[in-house]
Design a binder for this molecule. Sequence first.
Ligand code: ZN
Length: 189
Amino acid sequence: MGDYFQTIVDLDAGEAEAAELAERAVAWLVGEGIVLADRKVCVLGQPLGHPPGPHWSRAVADDDPDGEPSDGLAVHTGPTVFYSGQDEPEAVTCPRCRVTTDLSDEEEGAWPRFSEAITDWQDTAHADVTCPACAREVPLSEWLWTDDRLAVGRLGLEFWNWPELSDGFRARLAAVLDGHRTAYLWGKL
Ligand SMILES: [Zn+2]
């Protein structure tokens, strides 16, 4: 079996607004009955999370056969690099020139640059990577990851051992987050 998680990352949350957006998102989830307000031990990687609420099924696909969620919601705020737990990302696209850089090509050697920037981002919440194609300095948080293996942001909602979250739920949650761009990562430990 193992434990699996689904993380919805707000890609646009700024430094000053991440905590407020997290509160708003949790308040909405509690209001919908998707999770409970009182936290307890029900997630991995954090001491406490929000357990599933009476209407948890509002977050998942109608015909989902996976059964009930067995754990809760962990809320991450602050500069975080979220991984799916799969391999390293294979490619990333520059938001300025739209050229996609292959990260799996070791001769090209682009991955170490991003890897270094990821470390810097976690430490300082700021890192630029020079685009190999157009040579512009682009903030790490603006690069477009072409697979769902990595996301950089200041707010992540991580559901542990829930059935698959529905597209509709993710869209409603994004609307609560001021219509911000979101990433959806799925992983397994
Ligand atoms: Zn570029």
